[in-house]
Design a protein around this ligand. Sequence first.
Ligand code: RIB
Ligand code: CA
Length: 346
Amino acid sequence: MVHPVVLDVDTGVDDACALLLAARHPDLELRAVTCVGGNAAVDQVVANTLTVLDAAGRPDVVVARGAERPLLEEAADARHVHGLDGMGDLDWPRSTRRADPRHAVEVLRDVLLEAALGRADDRVTLVPLAPLTNIALLLRTYPEVARGLRQVVFMGGAVDAGNATASAEFNVFHDPEAAAIVLDACADLDLPVTMYGLDVFYQPRVTREQAQTLIDTGNRGPAELAGRLIAFQCERVGADSATIGDAGAVCAVLEPSGVARRRLPLRVELAGTWSRGRTIVDRRDQATDLSHDPHGQSRVSADVCLEVDGDAYARLWLDTVRPDSVMPDTVEPGTRARDAVDQAQR
Ligand code: RIB
Ligand code: CA
């Protein structure tokens, strides 16, 4: 079965790993990529995203520029992690393409409303891998897009330790209000949500040797870029292997059985001196009496990924970025809308 997907990214070394997987896997139909400020400023994110899609051989994929900054906070990038250009300073040839003239929120609306016209298996899986600013704006402005959505699988949050702070994961830390709004909207709109957080994020790993094999394929292709992204991370932290990061959330769409998830009540901490942006996952025994708790139980729940088969996901990623991997069939822009109208008229 082919899964229609849209990625929302802040590319980002590991967003780049995710884009390579989503652009190249034949069981995914990548309908658009939307960009938001996060790891780098949004214009840099757009440039990085176009560059990765070119390397992946997918210049057909629509890319749109979204929010520059969080809803409330000032933007605070993570170039200390991802390099000055946000993508490992690889000196990779830059794309000459431009983003779609529409705002990311308008592209998301258009793609999802088009999906809502089609059959049930045409519904899109939305995969946010970045601060949730665009998605919060989308779901509050155009809640009707829920008809075109199958599920939301987002990288963000953590049950255990954070990374941006001791408590908070970067994507949620960067725009906590947006994350809280998205979870609230998903509860309102009855949309299934999977949280692929830091508890599983670091476990699918690729070694330096594997990265070198990819780099040796050369030709500025997807495999070489994939290898260079992993090598950059190994170099940065002085390790023999590195995570595929956000790509793991895409793996969770492709191979859902590779993660163990539990449906758990979830909140985003919006106050707190040292804990703002933390995801509070309620792992208490819900069968016990919680009536003494003045905060009660969150009305929002998500399928929280607690364990991952890291080797399986790393293998899936490696197999897909290899130069001889089978590419997805591409669909000409506008074809789906025409087909849906034809079908409705029949
Ligand atoms: O916190 C994990 C996140 O940080 C990911 O989305 C990744 O892009 C990294 O910046
Ligand atoms: Ca990201």
